[in-house]
Design a protein around this ligand. Structure first.
Ligand SMILES: C[S@@+](CC[C@H](N)C(=O)[O-])C[C@H]1O[C@@H](n2cnc3c(N)ncnc32)[C@H](O)[C@@H]1O
Length: 195
């Protein structure tokens, strides 16, 4: 872990330019549009959304409907942008915030581009199932050895874990890292709680 910095430090620093990466002509980020596309196929138009590792709250720009957003994130600076988009914000780590959230307390739970930062993904996913009432959309990045070595923040490859009751479960080209130039595949998973 030599020369690595924390996710908090990295994303505080990147908060100002985060949205530009999404809109950049080089299209660094693909998984978010794909997640929105999946969600829209299931015709949900209202309800509460817990957005775990919400970043600037870009998700709320992509989903059409009348949703109330709550976002968990470790970076206070990135949460300032999410708050401007109308998010209720929880400035905590995913690992400490999730266990304190009550069962079935949000209609929809999203966790996009964030589980790669969590060492104990199994526990995080168990909490996601526990707190979601209707549907879940998560992404798992297939981080390569080179990316794990070169990226500034410690990250993990959880892309092979078993996920139960998935209705959608497939890989796309998820993103190209603007700092390392490495392209990463992302596994998108959609789950309905009553299926
Ligand atoms: C790649 S961004 C994804 C943001 C947003 N979900 C999106 O797709 O645009 C990852 C986010 O996870 C947050 N993050 C990383 N590790 C975290 C942790 N342990 N607890 C809470 N948030 C974390 C970062 O601050 C950052 O905002």
């Amino acid at each position: 872990m030599a020369n690595k910095i924390s996710a908090e430090e990295f994303f505080d620093d990147w908060s100002v330019k985060y949205d530009d990466l999404f809109k950049a002509p080089k299209s660094y980020v693909h998984y978010l549009n794909e997640a929105a596309k999946i969600f829209h196929q299931y015709n949900y138009h209202q309800g509460s959304i817990l957005d775990i590792g919400c970043g600037t709250g870009l998700l709320s720009e992509l989903l059409q409907g009348n949703f109330e957003y709550t976002g968990i994130d470790i970076s206070s600076k990135i949460l300032d942008y999410a708050a401007k988009r109308g998010y209720q914000t929880i400035h905590r780590s995913i690992e400490t915030a999730l266990p304190e959230i009550e069962d079935n307390s949000y209609d929809f739970v999203f966790c996009l581009g964030s589980l790669l930062f969590i060492e104990d993904v199994k526990t995080a996913v168990e909490h996601i199932y526990r707190v979601a009432r209707q549907a879940i959309l998560i992404s798992l990045d297939e981080t390569t050895e080179e990316y794990i070595k070169k990226f500034a923040v410690p990250v993990y490859n959880h892309s092979k874990i078993t996920v139960k009751n998935a209705i959608e479960d497939y890989f796309i080209l998820g993103f190209t890292s603007s700092t390392t130039g490495i392209s990463i595949r992302t596994r998108l998973i959609y789950i309905e709680q009553n299926s």
